[in-house]
Write a protein that binds this ligand. Structure first.
Ligand SMILES: [Zn+2]
Length: 331
């Protein structure tokens, strides 16, 4: 149960539990990792271990403390979360709270989410607490970006880095725990780039499959239709500006599949496995060299997009260049 809750971070969790069993916990931890890797889940499981009432096998998942943590209603586990910045007042509140001994159990855990949002003043105030917290207190800082934290803060914490998760692990999780079909799980896992939260977000985003289908349709039209139709397709992209980067990534992934299939004739390494017939069709039509060039063109467009060049012009140029490569292949 504990390890399941921290998908892909089992090793880190096992090390923590070993330290807990040997009574070698740090006063403060800094959990670092990209958005969606499960920092909060890891922190929750750590808090569970710290507060658990069982004599052995912590966290037991059975005791009142573990159960309360499962519902985020443990009175001695305090989450600090702020929308914008974490100001000094929030740290002062925390410091006042820390002075009060736990009345339920013998431990208190403070989890500061998005610690990089702490203002400089707030960080300086927190330093004092990190230096000498009461023995019943553990402080856990979560951050996507430790560069925004004072080095003195970082040096007082034990650092735990969450790394991207193996795609097979995410795929298996989606199939077994989320009842996702095998082919779809492969697609979602690949697009997650090793971030479980991203795979789940895509799974729950109903419009995502539609956006993906639009991209696939565009690749089909590149092969079959005249340039005029293609430019009409572009309309779909403009309408959803916030998803353009995602669409370009989908497109790159698509042509990587076409390239891989052309190279190997093997379907088992293809990401867009649910569209294998279309992949085979396009890999028949396009030359190896042109597929490579097309991937490069899309990548370049994506980079340009980041540097804010004219969006419409950028996409039109991309399509025309892609079409040119397709035509070269067909000739
Ligand atoms: Zn327990």
């Amino acid at each position: 149960m504990v390890l399941e809750a921290v998908l892909g971070q089992e090793k880190l969790m096992k090390n923590f539990i070993r330290a807990l069993e040997q009574n070698q916990l740090a006063h403060a931890y800094l959990i670092e990792g990209q958005h969606g890797l499960g920092k909060r889940n890891v922190a929750r499981q750590m808090a569970k271990g710290i507060c658990c009432r069982a004599i052995q096998g912590k966290p037991c998942d059975e005791c009142i403390s573990c159960k309360k943590l499962d519902h985020d209603s443990h009175p001695e586990v305090i989450w600090v979360q702020e929308e914008t910045s974490i100001k000094i007042e929030a740290v002062r509140d925390l410091q006042k709270n820390i002075q009060m001994k736990p009345y339920e159990g013998s431990k208190k855990v403070y989890i500061i989410c998005d610690a990089e949002k702490m203002t400089l003043q707030a960080q300086n105030a927190l330093l004092k607490t990190l230096e000498e917290p009461p023995e019943y207190v553990t402080i856990i800082l979560l951050t996507t970006n430790s560069n925004s934290l004072l080095t003195t803060i970082i040096s007082r914490c034990q650092r735990l880095k969450l790394l991207p998760v193996a795609l097979e692990t995410i795929e298996k999780y989606l199939i077994e725990k989320k009842a996702v079909a095998k082919e779809e799980a492969r697609v979602l896992a690949s697009l997650s780039r090793g971030i479980p939260g991203r795979a789940i977000q895509l799974l729950e985003d109903e419009a995502f499959q539609q956006r993906r289908q639009k991209v696939i349709k565009l690749t089909r039209h590149l092969v079959d239709k005249k340039t005029f139709y293609l430019l009409e397709n572009l309309q779909d992209f403009y309408e959803e500006k916030q998803f353009i980067e995602e669409s370009l990534e989908l497109m790159m992934g698509w042509y990587r599949d076409v390239l891989l299939y052309k190279h190997t004739n093997k379907a088992d390494i293809i990401i867009n496995i649910d569209e294998i017939e279309e992949i085979i069709y396009q890999s028949d039509i396009l030359s190896l060299e042109n597929i490579k060039e097309m991937i490069f063109i899309i990548e370049e467009t994506k980079n340009n997009f980041r540097s804010n060049v004219n969006l419409q012009l950028n996409l039109e140029t991309m399509l025309l260049q892609l079409k040119k490569r397709v035509n070269e292949s067909i000739l």
